[in-house]
Design a protein around this ligand. Sequence first.
Ligand code: MSP
Length: 469
Amino acid sequence: MKESYITTAIPYVNGNPHLGHTMDYLLADTLRRYMTYCGKKVRLQAGTDEHGSKNFKKAAEQGIPVQDFVDQKAQIYQDFIHSLGVEYTDFVRTTDPDHERRCQEIWRKLSDHIYKDKYEGWYCEGCEGYVTEKEYNENHGECPDHKKPYTKLSEENYYLRISDFKSRIREAIESDELKITPAFRKKELLNMLKDMPDVSISRPRAQVQWGIPVPDDDEQVMYVWIDALSNYITVLGYPDKDISADWPAHTQIVGKDILRFHAGIWPAILMGLGLPLPRNLLAHGWITANGEKMSKTIGNVIDPQEIIGKHGLAPFRYYFLRHASTTTDADFTWEKYEASYNELANDLGNLVQRLATLCKKNDISGQKVERVTNEDFDRRMEKYEFNFAFDILWDGIAELNKRIDAEKPWALAKSDPEKAKKVLVKLVVDLLSINDRLQIFLPDVSAKIQDIFTATEIQPPATPLFPKN
Ligand code: MSP
């Protein structure tokens, strides 16, 4: 089946996973569950970006071989992704021999668009990135993130001739052949493309040992772009296999900081290979802590496991999928988190407990429901407005709570037991119908609710779904 491939950015492994990394995975997982719910067969890739001198240095500091270092980290990232309840179908490591060999073939295929030139200018070792004269001046010669002076570089590099593809990339973005969400970033990208220079895609081996060798040039190793971006297709088997069943991707999910590479360099690589562009690029915002960017220097980096440890996974997913917008920045504070947990417990946890208790008292047996369409919900999901789609479910839950309060089935049970039964059955059916879509966001909770209200004898859960603190 076509158009069912979703990708996530592959994180650098020189550090451990942090809260900022969760957004890629939660969004991808939600989209995957939604598409699966709609009957599609979905492939979801995840992976790790393992080359570069930062890893090499980190491994040396710890006195272990660099391959062992990245092996450990790749495992940590896989465990991390699983801990978020995210299920991927493919995992790619940039040090996989298959990936390395396929990248070399990709390089060869792009050779008409690659040339060698001399780079002279500034460089940040922390970012592993080139720095323009303008950035150098604006930052007074020091990287604001790493607080280290930029170093001067003079070396030979291979370049990818972006200018060969620029006008076609512009057209693709303008016409939504490559659709950018959110739309406000489209203009930003079109401006960026105007002045986008050719990009350096290799470094001298003397500077960076830990990388894929450039084919037919022992002195150079690949640097970042071809190695990292190609993961999305090497994991499908390109160029050894025909990938047309999965490529072009339905949606590629990235953070806003790396959108420009995915909308500039990546389309150039694909065009150079004669492959179609992905249909959608979704750029999510930043997760901040107390309104500030998380950074090791400020010391405000939050470990997602600490949050999950507090109340479990469902409240974590609830917070980031309902109270964080897909496309703008999302702030985390413990205060907001507790408020969100209480809302989940009061609105959904109490509803389940109350309704199941009433059903038990009135001998209501489990119900089966037919799936009903919800166009508003689908429209929101298709626009990647996951948080608004989630709101629609929550409005339904609020409505059920109001109905219980207004219809008072406990009082009815005394005056008109048959009517009480009808009211309860209708409440159960409507809850199950909302719950059918809740599986897209909170799969475990949805499965529990399904079990409770479809069982022959409805029983309230022994412990509430979301116990009070
Ligand atoms: N290795 C590159 C990506 C290559 S993709 C071919 C990279 N790695 S990263 O570890 O810095 O970031 C991985 C993902 O996490 C990116 O999508 C990035 O935008 C996202 N985030 C990292 N910190 C973040 C926040 N604080 N908030 C939200 N997402 C952020 O870039």
